[in-house]
Design a protein around this ligand. Structure first.
Ligand SMILES: Nc1ncnc2c1ncn2[C@@H]1O[C@H](COP(=O)(O)OP(=O)(O)O)[C@@H](O)[C@H]1O
Ligand SMILES: [Mg+2]
Length: 223
């Protein structure tokens, strides 16, 4: 920031395993978003490297990185980040644009994920015509539609009431387990952290604890 140097992360050395559901905890300003953005290839680290499935994502060029993210990474945002001029169906079909399938196949795949998140009757709705919870369900459908290897979610339930937050969490966990994917999410809510296998706590940009959860909720979630 101007002449002031902000160190957002330091000494981060972390392996995340396939199929894991990891929760990143920490106070505001502790570096959670910076960490997620670097892991997802959205921000380059000034030092250090990130590997996903053996690929050093920091050595990829801009186009290669974009293609890698399309294929391997899903992201769920706190403020949904849906395209306002596209319907729910079109938003969810968007990540499939780059997979080479035709429009009908893309829309049929998108419709099937939207039905799985309970939005079968909202496909033609625009984001402004949906509640926060419905918009985030659309965001989840978009993140999972291309079956990415790893999904990052930065406070995905931060703008939602507690009942909706739990529904959203159960959906993300259900998809992650069903497709044996990997989920890394930031949440402040201890009730939601109970669904994680592992809890990583940051303080001032450093990992201060990294623990396997003892009582992870392992209920069957049908998606
Ligand atoms: N664009 C930026 N420019 C300068 N400093 C930033 C920027 N974004 C975040 N920071 C600083 O980096 C640190 C980590 O921020 P962030 O990763 O957003 O934390 P969290 O998501 O845990 O709230 C904070 O000290 C924050 O003020
Ligand atoms: Mg943040």
């Amino acid at each position: 920031m101007g002449s002031e140097l902000v160190v957002a992360l330091r000494n981060i050395n972390l392996d995340i395993y396939r199929g894991e559901i990891c929760c990143v905890f920490g106070a505001s300003g502790s570096g959670k978003s910076t960490l997620l953005n670097m892991l997802a290839g959205m921000d380059p680290p000034s030092k250090g490297e990130v590997y996903i499935d053996g690929v050093r994502i920091n050595s990829l060029g801009e186009n290669e990185l974009a293609a890698f993210r399309q294929k391997n990474i899903g992201f769920v945002f706190q403020s949904y980040n849906l395209m306002p001029t596209l319907t729910a169906l079109e938003n969810v079909a968007l990540p499939l644009m780059f997979c080479g399938s035709d429009k009908r196949a893309r829309e049929s795949a998108a419709a099937s994920v939207l039905r799985a998140v309970g939005l079968g009757n909202r496909m033609k709705h625009y984001p402004s015509q949906m509640s926060g919870g419905q918009q985030q369900r659309t965001g989840i459908a978009r993140a999972f539609v291309a079956k990415p290897k790893i999904i990052f979610a930065d406070e995905p339930t931060g703008n939602l009431d507690s009942k909706t937050a739990k529904e959203i969490m159960r959906m993300m966990v259900g998809f992650t387990r069903k497709y044996n994917e990997t989920l890394v999410l930031v949440t402040h809510n201890p009730e939601l952290a109970k669904y994680a296998d592992r809890i990583i706590t940051l303080l001032d940009g450093e990992i201060v604890s990294d623990e396997h959860a003892e009582n992870t909720i392992k209920e069957e979630i049908n998606i």
